[in-house]
Design a protein. Structure first.
Length: 192
């Protein structure tokens, strides 16, 4: 049975202003290949039963850094319901990053996620009253912890060092592309 995740609207969002030709150039820029797709899918099988542990690590990191936890607060008080709802979607994001085809539907959902970090739609999905935007600098800065911390999880299923490195590299490229796409609403029109 597939769990319904509140606010997870993959395939049910408006069209991204970024098209497949732009995505192909972005893939080319980060050296993302068909081989990376294969290793991401393998990473998906490796990470599937570790998602909660990964999220525990990432949420521990966010929770131990006031400047990051701030984005889930109102008047300095964290909203635990908001954190929980986002956590479920974040877990699904791990699986989507590894397993979904990077097609127009995927692009559309990345744009929706981008808007949910930006003042355009932040807080609206979960109907919360919290800080109205996640600042651009932390989207980009988060590439490192989300990449660096995944390697240990990729190594837990007995794959060779070479295969682990290939999964890790594919993950890094995919995270970088995703975050670049999430930056779109923060960039002036015509400058993205």
């Amino acid at each position: 049975m597939v769990q319904t995740i509140q606010g997870y609207t993959y395939g049910q969002v408006s069209t991204s202003p970024i098209g497949l030709a732009d995505l192909d150039l972005l893939k080319k820029t980060v050296l993302f290949t068909d081989e990376d797709e294969k290793y991401l899918q393998l990473a998906g099988t490796v990470l599937q039963d570790q998602t909660n542990d990964i999220l525990d690590l990432w949420y521990g990191y966010v929770g131990s850094n006031e400047h990051l936890l701030y984005y889930f607060t109102k008047n300095g008080q964290p909203n635990s319901d908001y954190l929980s709802a986002v956590r479920l979607r974040f877990g699904q994001w791990i699986m989507d990053l590894c397993n979904r085809p990077y097609d127009q539907t995927w692009l559309n959902y990345q744009h929706e996620v981008a808007l949910r970090h930006h003042s355009s739609k932040k807080n609206k999905t979960d109907h919360v009253d919290a800080v109205p935007i996640i600042h651009f600098r932390y989207l980009v800065a988060f590439i490192f912890p989300i990449t660096f911390t995944i390697k240990g999880f990729l190594a837990k299923k007995g794959h060779s060092a070479e295969v682990i490195e290939a999964m890790y590299s594919a993950w890094f490229k995919a995270v970088t592309m995703t975050v670049v796409l999430w930056c779109h609403p923060y960039i002036n029109e015509g400058e993205f």
